[in-house]
Design a binder for this molecule. Structure first.
Ligand SMILES: C[S@@+](CC[C@H](N)C(=O)[O-])C[C@H]1O[C@@H](n2cnc3c(N)ncnc32)[C@H](O)[C@@H]1O
Length: 221
């Protein structure tokens, strides 16, 4: 068996204004690069004010897989796009970080540049993702974006859309919010949808869940 690479991970807690998670260098909200972007007039409008914790559940899962190189990836509700950076940096994926909030784009580009990663940024909401837009997408990733009735409803439609496809995999991580459990419950009748608990110890101790649509093994070498 090929040994998996060990990516640098440090604890989030502490006085430093940045930390490492699975080989990605992540700035905290008090970092001067964040202040600079905000001073230039970009204020996240919809919770995109930091890198949220469920990112690390997916990074942990993906870091244990030998993913194919150069996959086409769409991150939805990307915020600062940490997952996009992770996939570009370690798997040379062609990544688009998308979000309904146009103000998160500079944060995505700052994080990408800091990590020598290449990430495209797109302003689009989940319910604008058409079949046609999914045509060349191998993998959709998302973390902490199912938090109310509206996001649940938009994600439900996307989950059903992806479950009808044989060529796209979707992974959605969450800490177990009510809306996420409702989405999981309402997707229970779909054969290719699974929800599994996932826990990590670094960069913080966290117990959460990963909802998958179609089998990620399809994207493994
Ligand atoms: C809690 S933040 C999570 C950000 C990022 N995924 C992370 O884990 O760091 C939720 C993000 O989802 C975005 N968002 C909320 N509703 C959305 C929708 N309907 N379509 C696209 N993005 C949405 C917000 O703008 C925000 O950036």
């Amino acid at each position: 068996m090929t040994p998996q690479p060990q990516y640098k991970t440090t604890k989030i807690k502490g006085s430093q204004d940045h930390f490492w998670a699975y080989g990605v260098n992540i700035v905290k909200p008090n970092h001067e690069a964040v202040d600079d972007i905000k001073s230039a007039g970009f204020e996240p409008e919809c919770f995109g004010s930091k890198v949220w914790q469920s990112n690390f559940l997916l990074m942990d899962l993906l870091s244990k897989l030998s993913l194919k190189r150069s996959l086409n990836v769409l991150e939805i509700g990307a915020g600062w796009g940490a997952l996009s950076v992770f996939l570009s940096k370690h798997f040379n994926a062609q990544v688009i970080a998308s979000d309904l909030d146009k103000n998160v784009k500079p944060f995505q580009q700052m994080l990408a540049k800091r990590n020598q990663a290449s990430v495209g940024s797109q302003t689009i909401r989940i319910n604008q993702i058409t079949e046609q837009k999914l045509d060349h997408i191998d993998l959709i990733v998302a973390s902490d974006i199912c938090y109310d009735q509206q996001t649940k409803n938009e994600l439900q439609i996307l989950v059903e859309q992806v479950a009808c496809r044989s060529d796209t995999v979707m992974l959605l991580a969450d800490i177990g919010r009510k809306a996420f459990f409702k989405l999981s419950q309402d997707s229970n009748n779909l054969i290719d949808v699974d929800v599994n608990p996932h826990s990590i110890k670094q960069p913080m101790a966290l117990d959460g869940y990963i909802l998958s649509v179609n089998n990620i093994q399809e994207l493994v070498c």
